[in-house]
Ligand binder design. Structure first.
Ligand SMILES: *Cc1c(COP(=O)(O)O)cnc(C)c1O
Length: 402
């Protein structure tokens, strides 16, 4: 609700930081109870009951059922802090400096993380950035017939390719900011094999696609890969409280004490809400079942829109979008949605992918109401702008000049 009492449906969910909805009552209750009992709020990196309880729930509800063995490190409040910690650790452990990042990647806006982020708009302010970063095309970057994982292997195995053997390869399994591009199972397993063959660490940045966005807790858990380091942030605390974490393969935890520190790594309110979120939503598979049902509804409705207007559907889970292929149209649709009470953002290199990422806990009726607003807004924009009816202008141009 805004200052004048207007209500909004939220298809942005704090860019994936509000996966359990705003002011979630389970999480709020846990936090209020903790505050009312005078629980400590700030503890730097000392052990507290709330931190221990969170780690226990994470072990019980997330790692153990998935047979995963990781050490957790609280890297600092933001996602970018987690990415920085992951890069630093990979460099320290391997003794190498180069890091491979992918086209359309987004890893944050601090200098190290920014160096691995692909978008010029984000990087422009801070050039020159870390120069030991090699950019490589993501899965399907050149279309379905070119295997960019095979290209990466060739480049890394050729001493004359000019690319130094990297400390790590960092990737998002689904590129959120990059336009909801999904890495295929096949591509991911090829990348993992390259990493294993050359003692390169595989870092999965699960800051946006994790915490259930895809339907599973981790975006990679049904993809046949086992990353060496995983970054988590955004919805980890569940309540919009800053908290990030990296998961480290135990033998890679080679930090010396205090080597990567930071004052704000003991946000106990975040530990409390993070634990409450795990206990409320990840102790059984109710949430996952509900996500997959809503994801199906979303898919069906997006496919109808795509068919009517010549758009393409992207993404999966509650992490889907419509490629409308026209910057002005994308902006006009979002403006109209907002006026009609729907918050929706765009992603992709030209902001032409309308991104639908509601809270995972959204009621099916509200999801449908939001999709109605989206459908009406698209219809209105396509009617009113001659250059986009009935299919988007660039698609039309392609047709006209084919
Ligand atoms: C948002 C995001 C980050 C950066 O997180 P911040 O908390 O904004 O620093 C890193 N990686 C991915 C994939 C993200 O979506």
């Amino acid at each position: 609700m805004d200052v004048s009492g207007e209500k909004y449906i939220d298809f942005l969910a704090g860019c994936g930081a509000m996966n359990y909805g705003h002011n979630n009552r389970h999480l709020r209750k846990a936090m209020m109870r903790y505050l009312n009992h005078g629980g400590i709020a700030m503890s730097m990196d000392l052990s507290t009951q709330s931190k221990t309880a969170f780690l226990e729930s994470f072990e019980t509800h997330i790692l153990k059922p998935r047979s995963m063995d990781y050490r957790a490190q609280f890297a600092g409040p933001t996602g970018a802090n987690a990415v920085e910690a992951a890069i630093k650790l990979a460099r320290k452990v391997t003794g190498r400096t180069n890091i491979i990042g992918f086209t359309n990647a987004f890893h944050g806006c601090s200098l190290g993380a920014l160096s691995l982020t692909a978008n010029t708009h984000h990087r422009a302010s801070s050039a020159p950035l870390l120069n030991q970063v090699t950019r490589h095309p993501f899965d399907q970057y050149f279309g379905p017939s070119i295997d960019t994982a095979a290209q990466l292997r060739t480049l890394l195995e050729d001493r004359s390719s000019g690319i130094d053997l990297p400390a790590a390869i960092i990737l998002e399994v689904i590129q959120g900011e990059g336009g909801l591009n999904i890495a295929s199972r096949q591509w991911l397993s090829s990348i993992q094999k390259i990493a294993r063959d050359h003692d390169i660490l595989l870092i999965v940045d699960d800051i946006q696609a994790g915490c259930g966005r895809r339907g599973t807790f981790f975006s990679f858990e049904e993809q046949g890969i086992a990353p060496d380091i995983v970054t988590l942030a955004k919805s980890l605390s569940g309540y919009g409280l800053p908290m990030s974490m990296i998961l480290i393969r135990p033998d890679l935890d080679q930090w010396s004490p205090g080597e990567h520190n930071g004052t704000f790594r003991g946000n106990n309110l975040a530990f409390v809400t993070a634990r409450a979120a795990l206990d409320a939503y990840w102790a059984n598979d109710d949430l996952q079942v509900a996500i997959s049902k809503k994801a199906e509804t979303l898919r069906t409705r997006l496919e109808q829109l795509a068919e009517t207007y010549g758009f393409a559907v992207k993404g999966c889970g509650l992490f889907q979008g419509l490629e409308v292929d026209d910057e002005d149209l994308s902006r006009d649709i979002r403006t109209r949605c907002f006026q009609a009470g729907l918050i929706i953002e765009a992603s992709g290199p030209k902001n032409t992918v309308l991104k639908i990422m509601p809270p995972l806990t959204i009621e099916p009726q509200i999801l449908n109401d939001g999709l109605d607003i989206l459908a009406d807004s698209i219809a209105a924009c396509c009617l009113h702008s001659p250059h986009v009816a009935p299919i988007s202008s660039s698609a039309l141009k392609k047709e006209l000049f084919a």
